[in-house]
Design a protein around this ligand. Structure first.
Ligand code: ZN
Length: 136
C-alpha cells in the first residue's frame, strides 16, 4: 500500500496591513524576537518582512491612500491582508482551484515582489481571506 502523498504546501508569508509599520515593528522584532529580512517594496506598499522559522510576517504600510493597502486599511482597518501559500506546482494548484469553483484574481501567474511567480485567489471563494499562491 502506498502511503498518502504529503502536501508540500506551506505558509510562505502572512501580509499584515498597517497604517504605520514603525508603531508595530517593535512588537514583532523585539518582543517576539523575529529577525527582519530584506524584501523589496511592491504594489504601492512599504514592506518590512520578519522571519518566523521560514515563514515570513510581512508588515505592509501603504505608500499612499490610493494604493491597494491604503484602501484596505481605510475600509477595514489594520489587520491580516493576505496569506501566501508556497506550492510545488503553481499551475496545477490554480487548475485545481478553477475545477473546484474557487475564483482566481489572476488567471495566469504574474511576477511578484521577489521575482517569483504568484497568483491571488478571491476572498469571496476562500472564507473572506485574500490568498496568494507562490512557488516553493
Ligand atoms: Zn504577499
Amino acid at each position: 500500500m502506498t502511503p498518502p502523498t504529503r502536501s508540500a504546501t506551506r505558509i510562505a508569508h502572512v501580509g499584515i496591513a498597517l497604517p504605520a509599520i514603525d508603531a508595530q515593528l517593535p512588537f514583532y522584532r523585539d518582543v517576539l524576537g523575529l529577525d527582519t529580512v530584506p524584501v523589496s517594496d511592491s504594489d504601492g506598499a512599504r514592506i518590512v518582512a520578519l522571519d518566523a522559522d521560514g515563514s515570513l510576517v510581512e508588515l505592509l504600510e501603504p505608500a499612499g491612500a490610493d494604493s491597494p493597502i491604503g484602501r484596505f486599511v481605510a475600509k477595514r482597518g489594520p489587520g491580516i491582508h493576505h496569506i501566501c501559500f508556497a506550492v510545488d506546482n503553481l499551475e496545477a494548484v490554480m487548475a485545481k482551484c478553477r475545477a473546484s469553483g474557487v475564483e482566481l484574481v489572476d488567471q495566469v501567474p504574474r511576477i511578484g515582489a521577489e521575482g517569483k511567480r504568484i497568483a491571488f485567489l478571491h476572498p469571496r471563494s476562500t472564507g473572506g481571506i485574500l490568498i496568494e499562491l507562490t512557488e516553493s
